[in-house]
Design a protein around this ligand. Sequence first.
Ligand SMILES: Cc1cc2nc3c(=O)[nH]c(=O)nc-3n(C[C@H](O)[C@H](O)[C@H](O)COP(=O)(O)O)c2cc1C
Length: 337
Amino acid sequence: MRTRITDLLGIRRPIIQGGMHFVGLAELASAVSNAGGLGILTALTQRSPELLAKEIARCRNMTDRPFGVNLTFLPTFAAPPYAEYIHAIIEGGVKVVETAGRSPAAHLPALKAAGVKVIHKCTSVRHALSAEKIGCDAVSIDGFECGGHPGEDDVPNFVLLPSAAAALDIPFLASGGMADGCSLVAALALGADGIAMGTRFLATQEAPVHENVKLAILGATTLDTRLVMRSLRNTERVLTNPSVERLLEIERERGDALTIADIHEQVAGVYPKVMIDGDMDAGAWSCGMVAGLINDIPTVSALLDRIMAQASHLINDDLRRIATGGDDGETYRGIMS
Ligand SMILES: Cc1cc2nc3c(=O)[nH]c(=O)nc-3n(C[C@H](O)[C@H](O)[C@H](O)COP(=O)(O)O)c2cc1C
C-alpha cells in the first residue's frame, strides 16, 4: 500500500505506533519498523538525553528500517532539557520526530536543518492548521476516542477526520480507536493517509510491559475508560480502576478549586508501577476506548500482516462486491467475524 505517509517516511505500510510513556522502548519500536510500519521511541521515558541516545543506538541494532522518536511537550514548570533531547535525536541519525502537547515551533528550525520529518500530534483542526503553517511535514489527528490526551473539544474521528481532510494540505494520520483493517480502510475513506495506534500496540507480544497490562486491555470493554483532569484542561483518557474512581471522586469534591496537588497520588509516578511492576491499581494510565475491541496478544508482525490482509480484502473484495450490487447482505457479518 502506498500513500503520502509511506512516501514521506520511507515505510512499506501506512501504520505508525504513537509514542507511549514506558512502552515506546526499542523492543516495540523496532518490531513495528521491522514489520513495515514506523515504530516510535518515547524520549521522556528516558530520564536524560544521554539515556535517549543509548536507547536510539539499541533500537538501531534491532532494525535497519526507519524509526522515530516522540517528544512530548508537557505542561510543566520544570521543563525537561528539550534542546538536548533533540541533539540526541539528531546525533542518533533519527529522521522522524512525533511531537505532542505544546507547539513544536521553537524546535522546528533545529529539526528541519537536520532533515528530520516532523509529525505533530493534534486533537483539533485549528491546531493541525497551525502545525501545517509553521512547517510540520504531517500531523497525527487524535480523535475523542483516543488513549491519552484527547484535548478539550470532544470531537470523535468520524467527524474530525473529514474536517481535517477538507482543511489540510499536508498528509495526516488518523489516530484514536484504530485497531484493524476495518479502521485502516475507514481512515483512508475519511481522507487520512494512514493510521497511528497506541492501545492496540500495547497488547502485542513485543510490548515491553508487564503481562497484567496486556490482560487488563483484553479484559476491558468499550465502557471502561474514564476522562480525568478535565477541570485542569489536561484531559486524559485512562483505564478505570479503584485509584481512578477515587481520583474522579476528588475531582467532584474539589470542583473548580482542583489543583494537581490534590490528585498527586493518583497521577504521579504511576507509569513504572503499572508498566514494569504490573500494579494495575497504582493510578491513572492512558488507554483508549478501543481496548474494548482487542481480544488477543499477537506479535507485531502478525498484527500488521492481519491489518493489511483485512484491508486489502475489504477494498478489493467485500466493498467492491457491495458497490457493484453483487452482495446478499451477508458481507459485513463476514468482515467482522
Ligand atoms: C499507555 C499509553 C501511553 C501514552 N503515552 C504518550 C506519550 O507519552 N506521549 C504522547 O504523545 N502520546 C502518548 N500516548 C498516546 C498515543 O501515542 C496515541 O496518540 C493514542 O494512544 C492513540 O489512541 P489509541 O490508544 O486509541 O490508539 C499514550 C497512549 C497510551 C495508550
